[in-house]
Design a protein around this ligand. Structure first.
Ligand SMILES: *[C@@H]1O[C@H](CO)[C@@H](O)[C@H](O)[C@H]1NC(C)=O
Ligand SMILES: *[C@@H]1O[C@H](CO)[C@@H](O)[C@H](O)[C@H]1NC(C)=O
Ligand SMILES: *[C@@H]1O[C@H](CO)[C@@H](O)[C@H](O)[C@H]1NC(C)=O
Ligand SMILES: *[C@@H]1O[C@H](CO)[C@@H](O)[C@H](O)[C@H]1NC(C)=O
Ligand SMILES: *[C@@H]1O[C@H](CO)[C@@H](O)[C@H](O)[C@H]1NC(C)=O
Ligand SMILES: *[C@@H]1O[C@H](CO)[C@@H](O)[C@H](O)[C@H]1NC(C)=O
Length: 250
């Protein structure tokens, strides 16, 4: 079924009983928006929410160890939602890579982050190796299963069909406060929008920086949806490094 006809079909029905052909990535589904009308949805796959089987808790992790930074981002299913844990140590803040995201007091800077489709070659990459089109499978835009359609979405064609591009007058807004009330406002992969940037604290000696904290995302995606994608870290929109997200088997 084509996207448009799927949409007409969906909008003719009432919301909450629907799920889409692809899995709804949110742990606790809230009002089913048009955003989960996904291109390849098929009538026969529309089933009541209650029949979606429970999945076991899983863990996904991106290990950062590229000479510029060490640490990890861990996404772990819990009973309450997705636990996102961030541990990052940056080796040299004076490398020039962080100037555009450095706060004026030079005590901290904002590292932005997002989950993208695709993986850098060898599982990790730096600058150009993190651009769209690089890696295997190729790195694309931001993981956006629910078609929230931010400017960097990996779902360009579907977003155009939904008239959700800036050129079509669509205004993507996503910030942690809005996310609380409407998780579908945010791309699944827009970690920056959902949780805020990673605030890297510059250590007293003024050379290294670190972050170590965790977030419980009550509306987060299940960890398995993040397997084989990548976390891309940026400073003021410039991609600095990227790391593949792998399943952690325990
Ligand atoms: C995450 O990174 C920190 C800092 O490098 C390290 O101490 C810790 O063992 C890592 N955790 C895992 C689970 O790999
Ligand atoms: C989240 O994960 C971190 C790191 O594994 C752990 O220290 C923390 O207790 C977890 N938080 C919750 C609420 O499970
Ligand atoms: C961030 O990037 C924009 C556009 O490239 C630039 O205009 C702006 O000055 C940068 N911000 C900082 C803090 O350097
Ligand atoms: C970093 O983030 C904080 C909090 O969102 C913001 O106030 C500040 O302007 C940001 N700094 C830069 C350099 O973008
Ligand atoms: C987009 O939405 C934001 C927040 O709701 C608002 O401040 C801004 O004016 C809107 N921009 C446009 C172009 O409509
Ligand atoms: C992160 O913080 C916890 C306590 O909050 C501490 O036990 C742990 O050693 C820290 N990890 C790193 C890599 O700094």
């Amino acid at each position: 079924m084509k996207l448009q006809s799927a949409l007409v079909f969906l909008t003719a029905l009432s919301g909450p009983a629907l799920v889409c052909a692809r899995q709804d990535p949110f742990a606790s589904p809230s009002p089913s928006p048009v955003a989960i009308a996904i291109a390849d949805i098929a009538v026969s796959t529309i089933v009541p929410q209650a029949t979606v089987p429970e999945q076991p808790d899983q863990t996904a992790r991106a290990n950062l160890d590229n000479g510029l930074a060490v640490g990890n981002i861990t996404f772990q299913d819990t009973r309450d939602g997705l636990n996102v844990s961030v541990v990052i140590n940056i080796v040299d803040i004076n490398s020039g890579l962080y100037e555009e995201c450095m706060n004026p007091d030079r005590r901290s800077f904002n590292l932005t982050w997002a989950v993208h489709n695709g993986r850098p070659a060898g599982g990790e990459g730096m600058d150009m190796a993190c651009e769209d089109g690089q890696g295997t499978p190729r790195i694309e835009g931001v993981y956006d299963e629910t078609l929230a359609c931010g400017p960097g979405t990996a779902e360009q064609a579907n977003c155009e069909a939904l008239k959700r591009t800036a050129d079509q007058g669509y205004n993507y807004t996503c910030d942690p406060e809005l996310y609380e009330s409407d998780p579908y406002a945010c791309e699944v992969g827009d970690l920056n929008g959902r949780y805020g940037a990673i605030k890297m604290g510059v250590n007293v000696e003024g050379i290294t920086a670190s972050a170590n904290y965790s977030i419980t995302d009550l509306r987060g995606p299940r960890a398995n949806l993040l397997f084989d994608r990548s976390v891309v870290f940026s400073c003021n929109q410039t991609r600095i490094y990227c790391e593949a997200i792998d399943e952690v088997r325990t």
